[in-house]
Design a protein around this ligand. Structure first.
Ligand code: HEC
Length: 183
C-alpha cells in the first residue's frame, strides 16, 4: 500500500529552505553598498586613520610570528614566550579600548580574540613545557587564525572627512549586516 513517506516531507521542507537561503543572501549582497565583484570577502569600513592602525598591527603580527619561528629554530623557548606574551589576550585586554576597537564589527573581534588567546597558550606552554614541537603545532593554529580571518574580511576605506554622524551610521549598518552574514 502506498504511504506518503517522511522522506517526501523532509525533502519538501529542505526544498523550501534551499530556496530561502539564496534569496536571503541575494538580498543582503545587494544591500551591501561596498560589495565588490572581484573580492567576495566582507568589507569592513574604516577611516584612513583606523585602516593604517589596523594594517600596522597586522605587520606587527607578522613580525612577531617570524620572531617566534626564529626563536624556535634556535631552541630558545624563553624568547618564544617573550615574543608571544605581548600578543596574548591577557595583555591586550588590559589596554583601554580605542577608536579602532569601536569601529570593528563583533565577528571580526571574536576572531581576533581567538588568535590572541592562542598566543597566550604559546607563551604559557613555552615557559612550562618548553617543547618546540608542541609550540610549532600551536603556531600552526595561530596561522590558521590569520588565514581564516584574511579569507573572510577586507578593509574598505571610507572618506574620513565625512561627518562623524554618517560614519557612525555606516559602521552600525555594516556591523549588523556582517553579524547576520556570519551566522
Ligand atoms: C581578526 C581578523 C584577522 C586576523 C586574526 C589576522 N588578520 Fe591580518 N589582516 C586582516 C585584514 C582584514 C587585513 C586587510 C586585508 C585586506 O584589506 O585585503 C589584514 C592584513 C594583514 C597584512 C597586510 C598589512 C599591510 O600593511 O597591508 C598582514 C601582513 C597581516 N594581515 C598579517 C597577519 C598575521 C601574520 C596574522 C596572524 C598572526 C594576522 N594577520 C591575523 C585581518 C586579520
Amino acid at each position: 500500500m502506498y504511504q506518503p513517506t517522511n522522506k517526501q516531507s523532509t525533502s519538501k521542507s529542505f526544498f523550501k529552505h534551499s530556496i530561502l537561503v539564496p534569496v536571503l543572501a541575494l538580498g543582503l549582497v545587494s544591500f551591501n553598498a561596498s560589495a565588490n565583484e572581484f573580492d567576495p570577502r566582507l568589507a569592513i569600513d574604516l577611516n584612513e586613520e583606523h585602516k593604517a592602525q589596523l594594517l600596522s598591527n597586522m605587520r606587527g603580527a607578522l613580525a612577531v610570528t617570524q620572531s617566534i619561528v626564529k626563536a624556535l629554530a634556535e631552541d630558545d623557548m624563553q624568547a618564544v614566550a617573550d615574543y608571544a606574551r605581548p600578543m596574548g589576550f591577557k595583555v591586550r585586554r588590559q589596554k583601554p579600548k580605542d577608536g579602532l576597537h569601536d569601529a570593528l564589527p563583533r565577528s571580526f573581534k571574536m576572531q581576533g580574540k581567538a588568535m590572541h588567546q592562542n598566543f597566550d597558550k604559546i607563551a604559557d606552554d613555552a615557559e612550562t613545557l618548553k617543547d618546540p614541537k608542541h609550540t610549532l603545532q600551536q603556531l600552526s593554529e595561530v596561522m590558521n587564525n590569520c588565514q581564516g580571518c584574511h579569507a573572510t574580511f577586507r578593509i574598505e576605506s571610507i572618506d574620513s572627512v565625512d561627518s562623524t554622524d554618517s560614519e557612525a551610521n555606516e559602521s552600525e549598518k555594516s556591523f549588523f549586516q556582517k553579524l547576520f552574514m556570519m551566522e
